[in-house]
Design a protein around this ligand. Structure first.
Ligand code: F6P
Ligand code: MG
Length: 337
């Protein structure tokens, strides 16, 4: 995006000048975001070179979710943790790849960060899109002592910033600080993130549904009926909808953000509580989509109102354009999610 003088607006300029959309982003938070941007750039460049530097494939271990850990999952986690340490304002972090809460260098840190270092990491070896998701919230307790680990278990509504990188043909960075959603693209010639959409809005209705339908036999009756609804012919509502699923939540939701529609990961026999994790996947993506004017629910209530009891808690999720989410909710009423 350019201003009236046709000037390209970098992330740094945006943060400095656009008080309307980043109120609450103080110097500490700005410094933290800049470190996270550096991590995103490194993860992108390491992922891009992975096939020639021997970094594809698994590292031989399995994480607490039962996923085979990819070499890049661990490298990306290290990049993020280093960024958070450099920022010095983060007291604790939660990462998809680490079972316990990570204590960082600052007992005086004001912020708690939850992150998924590489979302959709199963896509790495086939050179398909992946992403990094993060959520920043403020520490509730008094600063200046060992923070209480329970503090990471906050509802999504207390997030102050959420964002993601999408590692596709372009490196996309989207973030919200609670006053709209903003999208940047990395200009690889200059190494700077350039604003491409300020205050972006998701269409109110869309004709894409995004779900791994392989487990359909084990979906609840409500979800099965909704899938049938998506597949029925009805030109007035744009049905049958297009089915699009690439296996990285960030990429699938980014498409829905731009074009409208719905992303669903329901309960299945394999994942009876849903697959996607509350703290570093559901909450940040829900904050982002709500800031863009969309909706995100677990089938019963807004995702961001759910109080998590475990740092790696999973949840069903129905997220996207308001009209699509309302329709799926009408199918779920009085039924299992
Ligand atoms: O992190 C969870 C995740 O990798 C999401 O990015 C993605 O949408 C989903 O799992 C893919 O799961 P499945 O392979 O079961 O469709
Ligand atoms: Mg993920």
């Amino acid at each position: 995006m350019s201003d009236e003088n046709n000037k390209r607006i970098t992330f740094e300029e945006f943060i400095k000048t656009d008080q309307k959309h980043i109120s609450g982003v103080d110097n500490e938070l700005t410094a933290l975001l800049k470190e996270i941007l550096l991590a995103g750039k490194s993860i992108s460049s390491i992922s891009g070179r992975a096939p020639i530097s021997g970094l594809t494939g698994t590292d031989g271990s399995v994480n607490q979710h039962g996923d085979k850990v990819k070499k890049l999952d661990l490298i990306a986690e290290e990049e993020m943790v280093s960024a958070l340490r450099r920022a010095t304002s983060v007291c604790m972090a939660v990462s998809e790849e680490t079972e316990e809460v990570i204590h960082l260098n600052s007992e005086n840190g004001n912020y708690i960060v939850s992150f998924d270092p590489i979302d959709g990491s199963a896509n790495i070896d086939t050179n398909l899109s992946t992403g990094t998701i993060f959520s920043i919230s403020k520490r509730q307790s008094k600063i200046g002592g060992k923070p209480d680990e329970e503090e990471v278990l906050q509802t999504g509504d207390v997030q102050v910033v959420a964002g993601y990188f999408l590692y596709g043909p372009a490196l996309v960075f989207c973030f919200t600080a609670g006053s709209g959603l903003h999208q940047f693209i990395l200009d690889s010639d200059t190494g700077t993130f350039i604003l491409v959409r300020e205050n972006c809005k998701i269409p109110g209705h869309g004709t894409v549904y995004s779900i791994n339908e392989g487990g359909v036999e084990t979906f609840s009756a409500g979800v099965k009926n909704y899938i049938r609804y998506c597949q029925e012919g009805d030109p007035a509502t744009g049905r049958p909808y297009l089915s699009r699923y690439c296996g990285a939540m960030v990429a699938d939701i980014h498409r829905i953000l731009l074009e409208g529609g719905i992303f669903i990961y329901p309960r299945t026999d394999e994942f009876p509580s849903g697959k996607v994790r509350m703290l570093y996947e559901c909450n940040p993506m829900s904050f982002i989509i709500e800031e863009a004017g969309g909706m995100s629910v677990n089938g019963r209530k807004r995702i961001m109102e759910v109080e998590p009891d475990d740092i790696h808690q999973q949840s069903p999720i129905f997220i996207g354009s308001t009209q699509n989410v309302k329709t799926v909710l009408s199918f779920l009423e009085n039924q299992d999610q």
